[in-house]
Design a protein around this ligand. Structure first.
Ligand code: NAP
Length: 313
């Protein structure tokens, strides 16, 4: 492809505005050519469409789309884009079910376009150094604590409480995207307890016990009711000391001493994601790792669902 990748952004909500727009503007590999959203209006002078079909029927030249809608509606939009021969960047989680992501992967392969299942937390600056340090270490146990206040971070996002909205696994899957990347062996759900508000379809809190293939326990604690200090931490006890990845992967300490992480190395999470998307488009390949989604699906399959107090925003 000569010239920048002509990209349309679909689903102009919080993440599209906070992260995608600035990352696209700063990356010379991409040119934003249109936005798509049921509400709102155009970005400056750019063409604006109410849905992907209107974009597909227009004369705007598009090479790729980035889909920032809630997961429940992403597959149908992605299928339309793939049928048009456009490369597709999927926000996390890549779909509401594993089967639909697999169907998109096969459709992308058949059409010869690149499909990117993005996991932004893997591009946090502490993640690669943590992975490198853990390789070859003997692990004793892992604790994952992801506790945030849903009223602060997800105001008005009714979709998160609906079937396929993931509830507290919406942020929790970010922790799993890091854990599946930095831990040296496969792991699996042994037990899980999911607290589901009596007026919602998705959990507000969950406790999951995983174990890896070397018998190392991995305990995960997710809670959307956290007020005061928030926690997005992964602590790995090893025979060579304790590794702590804090603040969603942005701070790393080993044996109590903070390790400076090179923010520039991955240019930040969303610039890193767009650099990767440009790379796979240029190489003519896809990047679709469903490991974090598989663990969430397994927690829903294997877990005990407990009805708790209703949630009102
Ligand atoms: P959001 O603020 O609710 O934005 C989603 C947008 O999608 C809405 O503005 C809406 O725009 C559109 N949309 C909603 N329902 C739709 C439907 N049925 N059909 C078509 N479009 C629909 O949510 P968000 O926080 O940006 O999250 C979106 C995705 O990004 C989620 O998968 C989330 O996990 C991921 N993400 C979020 C964050 C974050 O910090 N918020 C961080 C990383 C990743 P219109 O009504 O105008 O169509």
């Amino acid at each position: 492809m000569s010239g920048p990748i002509r990209l349309a952004l679909v689903g102009m909500g919080k993440i599209a505005r906070d992260q995608h727009l600035p990352a696209i503007a700063a990356d010379p590999h991409f040119e934003l050519v249109a936005t798509v959203s049921r509400h709102g209006g155009p970005e400056g002078d750019l063409p604006f469409f109410p849905d992907i079909h209107a974009l597909a029927a227009s004369d705007v030249a598009v090479d790729a789309v980035a889909l920032c809608t809630p997961p429940q509606v992403r597959r149908a939009i992605a299928e339309t884009a793939i049928a048009k021969g456009w490369h597709v960047f999927l926000e996390k989680p890549p779909g509401a079910t594993l089967a639909e992501v697999e169907s998109l992967r096969l459709a992308a392969e058949a059409r010869g376009i690149s499909l990117f299942a993005s996991w932004h937390s893997r591009y946090a600056p502490g993640v690669e150094p943590a992975r490198a340090w853990l390789a070859g270490k003997t692990l004793r146990g892992v604790t994952i604590t992801w506790r945030e206040d849903v009223r602060v971070w997800h105001p008005g996002q009714a979709w998160i409480w609906q079937p396929g909205g993931f509830g507290v696994f919406d942020p929790g899957i970010n922790a799993l995207s890091i854990a599946t990347h930095i831990l040296p062996r496969p792991f699996f759900v042994e037990e899980a307890e999911l607290d589901v508000p009596s007026n919602c379809a998705a959990p507000i809190a969950a406790r999951i016990a995983f174990r890896d293939t070397a018998d190392v326990p991995i305990a995960m604690d997710l809670d959307f009711r956290q007020e005061g200090p928030q926690s997005w931490d992964i602590v790995v006890e090893t025979e060579s000391g304790t590794l702590t990845l804090a603040k969603g992967g942005s701070e790393l300490s080993i044996g109590g001493g903070e390790i400076p992480v090179a923010e520039d190395a991955l240019h930040g999470e969303y610039p890193g994601l767009y650099a990767r998307f440009a790379e796979i488009v240029a190489a003519g390949v896809s990047d679709v790792d469903v490991a974090p989604l598989r663990h969430v699906a397994d927690a829903f399959l294997r877990g005990r669902h407990v009805s708790v107090d209703p949630f009102f925003e």
